[in-house]
Design a protein around this ligand. Structure first.
Ligand code: BGC
Length: 497
């Protein structure tokens, strides 16, 4: 069994974090808004492709009332919030713009500002309007101009309230899962050449968006969110495992990012002499989404997906497992690997996502403490780390896993729309408070804040059962989570089916 948190994970973080450090939570439109029926994920759901068979439904009901969760976020003391805009709402048909959708986003961003939170807006977080998907989405050359036009509209409408933009969320996940593993729409498998074409167009669309944003907003802060996974060969003694691991590492972690760093076209286009000169250097920051470590093994089945098999050794700390595959080993030390991996950009870094699926909050407190410890170390070494966004505030619709995987600091009952704080909510609030110096921030999170939002507290028994380190030693007592009293029962529902 691996060791749990060490003493150094619990050192007072106040010395390390700059006063303007962005402490946030991250979300995305389709996962929280509800009622998005005009994108390719809605069609995917209709085709029965969500593994849990859940429906996104009202999700977290943000389209009608995101402000309730903004209050909740504020009660934790966060000073930043990352959300995405839904292209299929803003341009429901090609060339037709819905100004009421843009007005709703303006209202949301204003609401964030009023609550002292800095909005980080992602322009594309996995979802495409159906009309755009029907044209071939980013496999089509036209996608670059279409995305640029969309960007122009959004920034013109929302620029008054937002200066921090991520063009694409995890272009490497979008391409790998959609065109290589067949797990995301359009569900294609082993399409190396098409995947490369998509990456190339995503790079070009990003660069075009980068320039468009800067032409409208000189002081804009523009980047993207790159998903980083620590890969390790399953059997070190196997040459095939080592080779495959190296290949996956390069072609997943550097996918898209390499175009921006060096102007190199994605493999195999690079072999045919293609370059992306105009893309090189088009970022003001590097956004990193970091969650886990995976073992890579070669297996003789599935040649279309390069004989790839991913696994997690059973004794390693893990949150809840996905329906068919493990979500990944929780490996907080990997954050350093991720940051070092992108050091050559010589740009400020934001951790735009980090979290763990953990319905019972078994290991989330340890994950938060450990990641904060990692960030403190990096800052002390002079790394230009500017922010951290926890994924996520309240459980939201986890793509193919639906409501099966729960990432929230707050438990959501998607039917009753109640939010119940997990112990980690209070822990995150404390971390933020301490990092900012006591008293510098708004009031700490209280039970009253939660009940304003129709929530219930966890029972004391439940909470102490949760105060376990990943190795089950229960040494989270020092994490400062107070046992709650007079609690109401936890909502057990939440399947959303
Ligand atoms: C994605 C999120 C997702 C999260 C948890 C990230 O890869 O950007 O949309 O919910 O991971 O799996």
């Amino acid at each position: 069994m691996d060791k749990g948190p060490s003493d150094s994970d619990f050192v007072d973080p106040s010395s390390a974090f700059p006063a303007d450090f962005a402490w946030g939570v991250a979300t995305s439109s389709h996962q929280v808004e509800g009622g998005n029926s005009n994108n390719q994920w809605a069609a995917w759901e209709k085709r029965g492709r969500i593994k849990s068979k859940d429906c996104v439904g009202r999700a977290c009901d943000w389209w009608r009332g995101a402000e309730r969760d903004f209050d909740l976020a504020r009660s934790l003391g966060v000073n930043a919030l990352r959300l995405s805009v839904e292209w299929s709402r803003i341009e429901p048909e090609e060339g037709q713009w819905d100004d009421t959708a843009l007005a709703r986003y303006r209202q949301m961003l204003r609401a964030l500002r009023e609550r002292g939170m800095r909005p980080f807006v992602t322009l594309h977080h996995f979802t495409n309007p159906q009309w755009f998907e029907a044209k071939g989405a980013f496999a089509a050359a036209e996608s670059v101009a279409l995305f640029q036009r969309f960007t122009q509209r959004v920034v013109a409408a929302l620029g008054e309230f937002c200066h921090d933009w991520a063009t694409f969320n995890e272009p490497n996940v979008y391409t790998s899962l959609g065109y290589f593993l067949g797990e995301f729409p359009p569900g294609k498998k082993g399409r190396f050449l098409e995947a490369a074409q998509v990456t190339r167009n995503l790079c070009l669309a990003h660069a075009a968006a980068y320039r468009t944003i800067h032409s409208l907003q000189v002081d804009a802060n523009v980047g993207w969110a790159q998903h980083y996974v620590v890969f390790k060969p399953r059997r070190m003694e196997s040459a095939l495992d080592r080779w495959l691991c190296g290949f996956i590492d390069r072609h997943f972690n550097d996918n898209f990012a390499e175009g921006i760093r060096s102007g190199r076209a994605p493999f195999p286009l690079s072999k045919f002499g293609y370059r992306l000169e105009d893309v090189k250097g088009t970022c003001d920051f590097v956004g990193i989404n970091y969650y886990s470590r995976l073992r890579v093994g070669f297996q003789s089945k599935s040649p279309r997906t390069l004989f790839l098999q991913v696994s997690v050794p059973p004794h390693k700390p893990q949150g809840d497992s996905g329906i068919e595959v493990p979500y990944g080993e929780v490996y907080p030390e990997g954050l350093r690997r991720a940051v070092e991996h992108f050091a050559e950009f010589k740009k400020p870094v934001y951790i735009l996502e980090n979290g763990v699926p953990d319905r019972e909050d078994r290991i989330r407190p340890w994950v938060i403490e450990s990641i904060v410890g990692q960030m403190r170390g990096l800052l002390a070494e002079g790394v230009d780390l500017r922010g951290y966004f926890h994924w996520t505030l309240a459980d939201n619709f986890e793509w193919n896993e639906g409501w099966h995987l729960r990432f929230g600091l707050f438990e959501l009952d998607p039917v009753a729309q109640t939010r119940t704080p997990r112990p980690s909510a209070q822990l995150y609030a404390r971390v933020i408070r301490e990092s900012m110096g006591y008293g510098a921030m708004a009031e700490p999170f209280t039970t009253a804040d939660a009940s304003k939002n129709g929530s219930h507290r966890h029972s004391a028994e439940h909470q102490s059962a949760n105060q376990q380190s990943p190795n089950g030693r229960g040494d989270q007592k020092d994490a400062g989570l107070e046992p709650s009293s007079g609690a109401t029962a936890k909502n057990e529902s939440g399947s959303g089916k």
